[in-house]
Design a protein around this ligand. Structure first.
Ligand SMILES: [Mg+2]
Length: 292
């Protein structure tokens, strides 16, 4: 596969030469002659697959594999062991510590090529699946599932200066009823785009319902959050959206903000607080920001 980077890890020059001869015209190859160099390369380069020798001085292939698995799942980075060790125990151990495949030296060229190809195809499939499962098709931002998954991780890392914002497009049903669903979709896309433009890079932002969005962000002061979210509300209010019949549509959003405190036990509780604030914004006239 063109553009795929394979890292060869082997302490024997002749073994490396054989692999380079076989793979050089199909893949981008990087070579490490010891374990620690292999880990350094992995930290710096985007590698798609590792061909890993077992018998090496200082750090053997098993240790290298263990180190790699501390950072990558088996789906994220395939490791194929290539080794002269053909006993069952060695093979079992290789799979146990997270190897994806095992090839015994001397290997058949066609077989190794096929095994590499299979692992790379599998990785591409899994990557695509992960992308489809994580992003909202209409807006390109995180979907509900991915937003909550990331939100749980963020909450675990610490709640200092963590804020949750819930956003809902006001009277969105009316837009769909009056102008039709294609225009409704257009409104959702434009609102998502406007929110994306107005949030910080480290924020987590997703579409969590039909016309509902959620943001998690870190800010030093509540005032800064309020100002940013208020500015976002104004920007959306000022958007000039044309319906499919070229009628000008005005769109507004309601927003609820909540700050995580020591009493906030879970991410769900924090989002619930923001949701209550959002509900209050809706109940008191819409097109406004409520901070709890
Ligand atoms: Mg060796």
């Amino acid at each position: 596969m063109i553009g795929k980077n394979i890292l060869i890890v082997d302490d024997t020059e002749t073994n490396i030469d054989i692999l380079i001869d076989l793979l050089d015209d199909k893949y981008e190859l990087l070579v490490a002659t010891d374990g620690s160099t292999a880990l350094e390369i992995l930290a710096q380069e985007k590698i798609d697959l590792v061909l890993l020798d077992i018998m090496m001085p200082i750090m053997d292939g098993y240790d290298v594999c263990k180190h790699i698995r501390n950072n990558y799942n088996t789906e994220e980075l395939p490791i194929i062991f290539i080794t002269a060790k053909s006993d069952e125990e060695s093979i079992e151990k290789a799979y146990d510590i997270g190897g994806n495949d095992y090839v015994v030296k001397p290997f058949k060229a066609k077989e190794l090529l096929a095994r590499i190809d299979t692992q790379l195809k599998l990785k591409t499939l899994i990557d695509n699946l992960e992308r489809v499962a994580s992003y909202d098709e209409m807006t390109g931002i995180y979907n509900r599932r991915k937003f909550f998954q990331l939100a749980v991780d963020v909450f675990k890392e610490g709640i200092d200066n963590l804020y949750a914002v819930m956003i809902d497009i006001d009277k969105f049903k009316d837009v769909n009823d009056k102008y039709g669903h294609p225009t409704g979709d257009k409104v959702i896309k434009l609102v998502a785009k406007e929110i994306s433009k107005n949030i910080c890079e480290d924020s987590i932002f997703g579409r969590v319902g039909g016309e509902e969005f959620a943001i998690l962000c870190f800010k030093d002061s509540a005032q800064t959050v309020k100002e940013k979210i208020e500015k976002l509300r104004k920007n959306i209010e000022n958007l000039e959206i044309l319906s499919d019949n070229n009628e000008l549509i005005k769109c507004t959003i309601s927003e609820g903000i909540a700050k995580a405190t020591n009493e906030t036990k879970t991410i769900d509780a924090l989002l619930k607080e923001a949701d209550i604030a959002l509900y209050e914004a809706k109940g008191t006239g819409r097109n406004r920001v409520i901070f709890r």
